[in-house]
Design a protein around this ligand. Structure first.
Ligand code: HEC
Ligand code: HEC
Ligand code: HEC
Ligand code: HEC
Ligand code: HEC
Length: 362
């Protein structure tokens, strides 16, 4: 008996290790890369040879014994091989093709805000506060201090906790194979409670087969709120732009055209079957597109099912408008961190993402 079983086990073992080897780079990118020494990110005393190392931040010691603050570790130029997603560049990033084929990631980049262009993104600390808005998000109530990366006055982590590291503690080491929104580490991009599919390269040069898949909801009233969508995430601060009586649609509690504010968490499948929206994405199919209604990376739509990225969309719960169909969260070279040069079209740019959906308005 033994002689027959052993070779089988060996074959299974070889198959299994091969499979792990094949899947490994894909699964592992969203959490800390295996094989890195602790010292790549941690320092026990914030001291080496009586001083600090050149690649550490200069204002330590930092909480959780890390070598830099949030922005410090997340500063650099993305080249497709970096294991830290960079959201701040120190030289002008390449934002080609509305941020799709250059070297910025899905959230855009804080570079323009860091250069004093305060209306090109969120003015997070340590950059000066926005001189127009101060601490008040349009459509919402004032924060108690300036925006920070995480926590009470920030976006990532547990927003009930004061402090960047307090709000995020444990998330970087968490196993995030399943994004259920239950903990910071298992929420979409450490945004507590939010769901979605995380592209392992944070949308570095994405195509229709590899991109984030944003969570949306096909709502039936302007007061309905699904707390796991990416638009609800924005609405935690910009509430009236997303939901509330007589905020979004004409009649109290209503839902439909004529709108009062641009709808989000609204599925384009609710429009007539011969409407202009059914030709999505018009002139802006994503790279690699084939077939009808391919996903657009210029003006992406969300879906209720976020188990995997969608290369083509159906007009039923995956044609959902989200805040980030038009904006990027961190910053862009354009006013109001819009994904494309809204105010420049048609004079200075041929890209107008509005037309990905409003296909008859080009
Ligand atoms: C690539 C960067 C990186 C590497 C490598 C790394 N860490 Fe961390 N670690 C972090 C960051 C960032 C935090 C703080 C934020 C957080 O907790 O999410 C952290 C937090 C921690 C914490 C506090 C939170 C928790 O999960 O309990 C411990 C303990 C820790 N790391 C231990 C280690 C040890 C031990 C190693 C080596 C085996 C290691 N880390 C390697 C980045 C790293
Ligand atoms: C010591 C360096 C280091 C510090 C400090 C650090 N990060 Fe990270 N961060 C990383 C690395 C490495 C990754 C990629 C691996 C991962 O997702 O855990 C990452 C990933 C992330 C991601 C993407 C998670 C995902 O789903 O892909 C977010 C969001 C993030 N960090 C936010 C923060 C915030 C907010 C802080 C400050 C509280 C912070 N980071 C501090 C190194 C760091
Ligand atoms: C923690 C609160 C908070 C969250 C969450 C938040 N914002 Fe903001 N937002 C602000 C504040 C405060 C301002 C005004 C100050 C500034 O511009 O930094 C602002 C400003 C803006 C602006 C105007 C920027 C400018 O200078 O013209 C846009 C656009 C915006 N937010 C979009 C979004 C989107 C899209 C999301 C979701 C991805 C989002 N916000 C999530 C707090 C928030
Ligand atoms: C992801 C798809 C999508 C994008 C991108 C988009 N829209 Fe819309 N827009 C819609 C849908 C769907 C409606 C609702 C149509 C309906 O209910 O008949 C709508 C509604 C509107 C309305 C109100 C129409 C009414 O009947 O009250 C205006 C105006 C509008 N959009 C302008 C724009 C502009 C300007 C842009 C670019 C900044 C833009 N949209 C980007 C899908 C989109
Ligand atoms: C259809 C595209 C589109 C969608 C969807 C969209 N926005 Fe905007 N947003 C714009 C445009 C265009 C502007 C520029 C000003 C204007 O036309 O109102 C803008 C401006 C803003 C501003 C600045 C307002 C001010 O007072 O200066 C904020 C904040 C903002 N959007 C947040 C959001 C949030 C939050 C969501 C989701 C609930 C969202 N946007 C959804 C296109 C969009």
């Amino acid at each position: 008996m033994k002689e027959n079983v052993t070779p089988k086990i060996t074959i299974y073992f070889i198959l299994l290790t091969n499979l792990i080897f094949i899947l490994y780079p894909v699964i592992s990118l969203a959490k800390i890369k295996k094989g890195l020494p602790c010292s790549a990110c941690h320092t026990m005393h914030y001291s080496q040879h009586g001083g600090i190392l050149t690649h550490w931040g200069g204002s330590g010691p930092y909480k959780a014994l890390v070598i830099n603050d949030c922005l410090g570790c997340h500063t650099g130029n993305n080249d497709g091989t970096n294991y830290i997603p960079y959201v701040l560049s120190t030289s002008p990033p390449d934002y080609s093709n509305a941020g799709v084929s250059g070297n910025t990631l899905a959230g855009g980049n804080f570079y323009w805000v860091s250069q004093g262009q305060e209306d090109r993104g969120h003015n997070v600390k340590p950059f000066p506060p926005d001189s127009v808005y101060g601490y008040t998000p349009p459509g919402g109530s004032p924060l108690s201090s300036q925006l920070s990366c995480a926590g009470l006055n920030g976006c990532h982590g547990d927003r009930s906790k004061q402090g960047d590291f307090e709000a995020i503690l444990g998330a970087h080491h968490a196993n995030d194979d399943v994004i259920d929104g239950n903990t910071v580490g298992t929420s979409y991009r450490f945004l507590l409670g939010i769901k979605g599919y995380e592209d392992p390269k944070w949308e570095y040069k994405p195509n229709v087969f590899s991109h984030n898949q944003y969570k949306g909801a096909d709502r039936i009233s302007e007061t309905e709120v699904d707390k796991s969508t990416i638009s609800y995430f924005c609405a935690q601060c910009h509430g009236n732009f997303h939901s509330g009586s007589s905020q979004i649609s004409a009649d109290i509690g209503g839902w439909g055209s004529p709108w009062l504010r641009h709808p989000t968490d609204y599925d384009m499948g609710n429009t007539l079957s011969d409407s202009e929206y059914r030709n999505y994405p018009g002139d802006y199919p994503g790279a690699g597109a084939t077939g009808s209604n391919p996903y657009s990376l210029i003006a992406p739509v969300g879906s209720e099912d976020v188990s995997s990225p969608k290369s083509n969309i159906l007009f039923q719960k995956d044609a959902i408008i989200t805040c980030i169909s038009c904006h990027r969260a961190h910053g862009t070279p354009y006013k109001h961190n819009l994904r494309w040069d809204y105010y420049g079209w048609p004079e200075t740019t041929s890209i107008n993402g509005c037309n990905a959906c409003h296909t008859a308005k080009n």
